[in-house]
Design a protein around this ligand. Structure first.
Ligand SMILES: NC(=O)C1=CN([C@@H]2O[C@H](COP(=O)(O)OP(=O)(O)OC[C@H]3O[C@@H](n4cnc5c(N)ncnc54)[C@H](O)[C@@H]3O)[C@@H](O)[C@H]2O)C=CC1
Ligand SMILES: CC(C)c1ccc(C(=O)O)c(O)c1O
Length: 244
């Protein structure tokens, strides 16, 4: 019955992995609050696929906007059971040639949304008796990535933040876990230098990009009851690229 459905909030829902994850969690039986800076693609998906959900415009790099949108989601859906952060972005460049403006943009996109959304959503989960928080990080957080030093550093920061709040929130029955994708067939990866992408694929044992649906499957696991006793973990979904 519709009233018993769990509610999943996805930030960065209109991206390559976001759309696949919206479809997957909807198929898993969640109501979907799909948040993105550009909602067109996800609003269209929700309408065309008849998904039980709604799209919301958000600039997740702004704390006040995160608070406002989360309040609106709670007004619309009554609760939040799952939070998934998919917002992320980088270019490929040499660290010594980068400027502070670029770093600030990277922090705004790759780190602050994680803090702001967790800060806004966790109290609602606590009131509700628990929940699941999932951050989509990157295998670059584990092994670094030449040309993406600051991005990799920020994704590593998200992992350490996840493990820390996993400890703080366990008493509230909130699980916090990360997926760590490797190169995946989405607009973000298509925008990178093709030579760099080709080099990355060469070192993947499966010798191919991940499909966005393969990333969504890992998020689905962490959002499900099957992960109830798992917290503070980082699951690589990268065709064997990293193995620790
Ligand atoms: N595609 C890949 O090969 C890999 C991606 N990742 C990570 O996976 C996650 C999803 O990536 P993709 O789907 O590939 O990227 P994408 O570029 O297709 O999607 C990112 C989405 O985030 C949204 N966004 C950007 N800034 C925002 C903001 N301030 N507020 C709200 N929404 C904002 C964009 O509008 C876009 O819809 C990211 O965190 C990325 O860093 C990690 C490893 C590999
Ligand atoms: C370490 C590897 C090659 C890797 C994994 C994930 C990403 C990403 O998040 O886009 C990369 O850019 C990588 O270089």
């Amino acid at each position: 019955m519709s009233e018993q459905k769990k509610v999943a909030v996805l930030v960065g829902a209109a991206g390559g992995m976001g759309l696949a994850t919206v479809k997957r969690l909807a198929a898993d039986g969640f109501k979907i609050a799909a948040l993105d800076l550009n909602t067109a693609a996800v609003a269209e998906l929700i309408a065309e696929a008849g998904i039980d959900g709604k799209a919301y415009r958000i600039d997740a790099s702004k704390q006040e906007n995160c608070n406002q949108v989360v309040e609106q989601v709670v007004r619309d859906f009554g609760k939040i059971d799952v939070l998934v952060n998919l917002v992320g972005w980088t270019l490929t460049s040499k660290f010594l040639e980068e400027k502070r403006d670029y770093w600030e943009k990277l922090v705004g996109i790759n780190f602050f949304p994680v803090l702001f959304m967790t800060h806004a959503v966790a109290p609602i989960m606590i009131e509700n008796g628990g929940g699941k928080i999932i951050f989509v990080t990157s295998d670059a957080a584990k092994v670094g990535s030449g040309g993406e030093a600051v991005y990799a550093g920020l994704k590593g920061g998200v992992v350490a933040f996840a493990k820390s709040v996993a400890r703080e929130f366990a008493r509230y029955n909130i699980n916090v876990n990360c997926t760590a994708p490797g190169p995946t067939d989405t607009p973000l990866e298509h925008d990178q230098d093709p030579e760099v992408v080709a080099r990355r694929i060469k070192i993947i044992p499966f010798r191919r990009w991940a499909k966005p649906e393969e990333q969504a499957a890992a998020v689905s696991f962490f959002a499900s009851d099957s992960s109830d006793y798992i917290t503070g973990q980082v699951l690589s979904v990268s065709g064997g690229l990293t193995m620790s």
